[in-house]
Design a protein around this ligand. Sequence first.
Ligand code: 7RM
Length: 634
Amino acid sequence: MGSYKIDNLEQYFATYRSSVENPESFWETIAEENFVWRKKWDKVLEHNLKEAEVKWFLNAKLNITENCIDRHLETNADKTAILWEPNDTEEKPRHISYKELHEQVSKFANVLREKGIQKGDRVCIYLPMIPELAFAVLACARIGAIHSVVFAGFSSTALATRINDSECKMVITSDGAFRGGKTIDLKKIVDEALKECECVETVLVAERTKSNIELVPNRDFLLQPLLDNASQHCEPEIMDAEDPLFILYTSGSTGKPKGMLHTTAGYMVYAAYTFKNIFQYQENDIYWCTADVGWITGHSYILYGPLANGATTVMFEGVPSYPDFGRFWEIVQKHKITQFYTAPTAIRALAKENLDFVEKYDLSSVKVLGTVGEPINEEAWHWYNDHVGKKKSPIVDTWWQTETGGIMISPIPYVTPTKPTYATLPLPGIQPGLMDENGKEILGNQVEGRLCIKFPWPSMARTIWGNHQRYKETYFTAFPGTYFTGDGALRDEVGYYRITGRVDDVIIVSGHNLGTAPIEDAINEHPAVAESAIVGFPHDVKGNALYGYVILKEIGEGRNRENLKKEINQEIADKIGPIAKLDKIQFVSGLPKTRSGKIMRRILRKIAANETENLGDISTLLNPEVVEGIIKGK
Ligand code: 7RM
């Protein structure tokens, strides 16, 4: 992209060097050469990381949908923007051209305006992976409404919490969802959630499953008739560079989920720049990211990044195991996928199945493979490389977070080398550092520490919705002047990074970030439970599984333990979602605690992983005696 070419390793190093020596002129060049601006910026960057304050492209004016849609119409109106692959193999895929996308988004945007949604209003989108999800997201962006997409696998309680936290005025949902062999009644979940949400005035319902639904008068409206009557011309709202674009919730280690807020220009520039370089997208490529739009990966690398580049992006409604474990590869063959981006948990699940499922398809169209979401283990990496990439497609192991908005550390295929289990090198403009426990930076190579980013980048989250103090405390106080990622990492002898995992209490299960606190809160609501603690333990498919230590109240002591376990998991499924169910539950008489009352998860983690020989120093505990009992009771 632009004059900072990265076509070979030397150019990568040269570009990287200039991006660090003069970040502002680097990002200014990228922004100038690749986007449509209604007005250019007065200043590239203003920042004070100690106060968690960052602004990019100050006073620039734009609309992200003009960059993702309108500007492609002149040359590429008939090119497929979104290639939608349905859950059911019998149903036909849909090729949505840039022209059609423009029409659909414009109509949808007019419906939103007609229903009273204005710039700055929050709109919750709770939809399965159907085209309406993409249209809804982009329609919000067209009129300056702030979208908050909630993954359609979340429970009504989780949905209600997120709707209320950002006071959404509208919910966009569907009658139901098809997921593999199952049908999920989404509208019922929304109805349940809305009993707790006073802020919601309007619900728009897309029809997908044609299931029986109830429409609350004056609140609920079927989407299609509204779209049918809407004009297909919609003037985009002109946004300031720093106007909010979206909120996306991510679980924290304590308390309620964090609504990460991303703004317009910086997010767009970074998502587009990284997409172009990391996937080496060429005209006529068919790019597929298997994530759900409910996660940041779907926002940046199904929608905004690819569309800003005029790419063809595949959106898949189903799951990798339906109708059988060859589904991904059947789709790759059918659509001649050129870039394929998925998560280690999916790779591990598929690698467990018969090789026939992958071997029987022609995967020769693939040029780049990607992974994201958690550290990929050596075995999964090699399976992916051997059986999917046939040892000829570089694997980009992309490290990033909801908070970073875009990929931060990753190989650039055909330019920089790959190394199994390593995310390798920072992208231009990204300045990682490793810190020791005393907050000192660890210099040199062959070292390990806490991963920080030492200089702002355009797509960093600007705040936590409604709680800037929490944003500052979570990310900018551990190592003042830098952004702390919460991850540990090592740097090898040539400077490649390998991410080792979270250093705090968020557990990643099947690539999804789960906070321990909300799960514990759910368990503790069971009438027989006194207290609980959750830790992750290694699981060969999910990466991590959840292990729960539960202290019962006296009334629980006499009860059937197996029934209790079932009830506890039901409680979790209802409050958080089935993904947070515990694989193991152990009833204990006490939990190891520090003198200030904090549960020592380090010890519980080791017990769960059967690493009891080396528990470390337990003498600082308030109650060291409970540890032996827990080990014996395992
Ligand atoms: C994109 C996303 C963020 C956390 C992050 C890491 C872990 C993500 C990798 C990874 C090792 C990777 N956003 N993580 N990618 N760990 N290698 N390539 O996943 O907010 O949901 O999660 O995921 O711990 O901090 S997220």
